[in-house]
Write a protein that binds this ligand. Structure first.
Ligand code: AMP
Ligand code: MG
Length: 479
């Protein structure tokens, strides 16, 4: 199937106009295609070579429409850094419609009713980050919105310096956010809130339709899918950076990539977002913030879901779902298959030892996936060796209780401990090259992003460690 032959539907527009702004994209000047993800295109049933499709560029630039497409921005509210903002909405994202269960959305395609003081644009730098990270998150097996194409342009966009405008074509089974419910609740629009809930059940929780207590059941599923995603973030060392309720997808997937970062050296207190002075969205706070955000969602749903019941569900489901997923992944990352009494202690000791050793989180686990008793390979990566040396001695003893052969253990561990994650200093290099019109690194990164557990020997420079000066740096929110 060719991209141009897709036929879209736009059921969101069946709601009253308070839900959205019907708006046309504003095309960029002199646009050019930078990259396209064949892997994401498969979700739509598109199998042509996208780079050869002469229509893709015009569609992403908003110059040409797909069949059935009607464009609109969605309205939502949200808690930003703990404070409620009664109307946010897609300030620079424009929806095209839906096909194959995926909602197509352009990010950076101009002003909407919800742009407030913004210009409706996204710069090349942040668009490369969103494009690659969407695909990388998928490659890591974590639920996320996807990115099908990235275009650049000659349109000037003012940020701290002049930059160029870009657009990412994003896909998601839903673009409804916690904040979408908060919008209607805050306005006292209870009928519309219920309409939205019915829409969300149709779109994302169809198996609950017409079941008794379906809204509470929907909430319980949102709680558990959110907990799962956050547990997965923690396991790979991902710091989202802007966990406002308007950036929380109603189906728990990761959305809205801004100043995100992966941990370099393991540091649980790391805060990737430069504007987050209090560290509200620090790495270690992410599970607690997700819980808080889910509490806000319970408030927003209170006209249709008994608040006490929702809070009870939150308490019953979140912690257990989070712990289950997190511990399963972490024990797999450690190569522990048998359950032993002291495993939890060994695990907690490991995190403490990692913190004390000053060692790259991702590389540690990749090296551990080949650990055969020779500690030097790992210890040589540490600034301070003692804490991890003692831990590795204990870990070696613990491994003796495993029944799997060393080779089989290594093989399994290499499938859960990625070699490639999108480190900021690598992304930065790709961005600088792209700003000079060399897009090769963006495309190389796409390749490793989609299969991060494979060796890709020819691309090993893409998993280089961060140089001292850019380790665990903070990123500006401007995008
Ligand atoms: P974010 O924290 O990036 O998710 O953005 C928060 C809100 O600001 C959302 O409603 C965005 O659509 C909006 N926004 C961010 N950047 C811009 C921009 N350049 N122009 C218009 N709206 C924007
Ligand atoms: Mg957002």
């Amino acid at each position: 199937m060719k991209f141009l032959n897709l036929k879209l539907t736009v059921s969101y527009l069946e709601h009253e106009p308070i839900f959205y702004d019907r708006v046309e994209p504003t095309p960029l000047h002199k646009p050019f295609l930078i990259s396209a993800s064949q892997n994401a295109a498969k979700l739509l049933g598109v199998d042509e070579d996208l780079l050869l499709d002469e229509n893709l560029l015009e569609i992403v630039n908003g110059k040409k429409k797909l069949d059935g497409s009607e464009t609109f921005a969605m309205c939502y509210a949200g808690h930003q850094f703990g404070y409620f903002v009664e109307r946010l909405g897609d300030g620079r994202a424009i929806n095209l419609g839906k096909v194959n269960g995926q909602n197509l959305q352009l990010k950076g395609s101009g002003l909407t009713l919800y742009s407030r003081q913004g210009d409706g644009r996204a710069v090349l730098r942040s668009s490369i980050r969103e494009y690659l990270m969407s695909e990388a998150m998928h490659g890591l097996g974590i639920a996320t919105s996807r990115a099908l194409a990235l275009i650049g342009s000659d349109t000037d966009v003012a940020r701290e310096r002049w930059e160029k405008g870009a657009i990412v074509l994003r896909l998601s089974p839903t673009w409804v956010r916690f904040g979408t419910f908060e919008y209607f609740n805050a306005k006292g629009e209870h009928e519309k809130l219920q309409q939205l809930a019915d829409y969300v059940i149709d779109e994302s929780f169809h198996h609950l339709k017409n079941k008794e207590g379906m809204y509470l059941k929907m909430y319980a599923e949102i709680v558990s899918s959110t907990a799962k995603t956050i547990a997965q973030w923690q396991s790979v060392g991902f710091n989202h950076g802007v966990m406002n309720t308007d950036n929380m997808s109603i189906d728990g997937r990761t959305i809205d990539y801004g100043p995100f970062a992966f941990l370099d050296d393991y540091d649980k207190d790391y805060v990737c977002n430069h504007t987050d002075r209090d560290g509200r969205y620090s790495f270690k706070n992410q599970p607690g913030i997700a819980h808080w955000n889910l509490g806000q969602l319970a408030v927003a749903l209170s006209p249709i879901v008994n608040h006490d019941s929702a809070l009870q569900v939150l308490e019953d489901v979140f912690g257990e779902a989070y712990e289950k997923v997190y511990s399963e992944i972490m024990y797999a990352k450690m190569g522990l298959e048998q359950e032993e009494e002291n495993d939890r202690k060994l695990f907690q000791w490991m995190l403490g030892a990692l913190g004390g050793a000053t060692i790259d989180y991702t590389l540690f686990f990749r090296k551990l996936s080949r650990f055969d008793g020779d500690k030097s390979d790992i210890l040589d990566l540490c600034v301070y060796r003692t804490s991890l040396e003692e831990w590795l001695d204990s870990y070696s003893l613990r491994l003796e209780k495993e029944t799997l052969s060393t080779t089989s253990r290594h093989k399994k561990m290499l499938k859960v401990n990625p070699k490639y994650i999108l480190k900021n200093h690598i992304l930065q290099e790709a961005i600088e090259k792209a700003e000079a019109h060399d897009f090769s690194m963006v495309n190389d990164l796409l390749k490793v992003a989609l299969s991060p557990f494979d060796e890709h020997q020819e691309l090993e420079h893409l998993c280089r460690l961060a140089p001292m000066e850019s380790k665990n740096i903070k990123l500006s929110c401007s995008s």
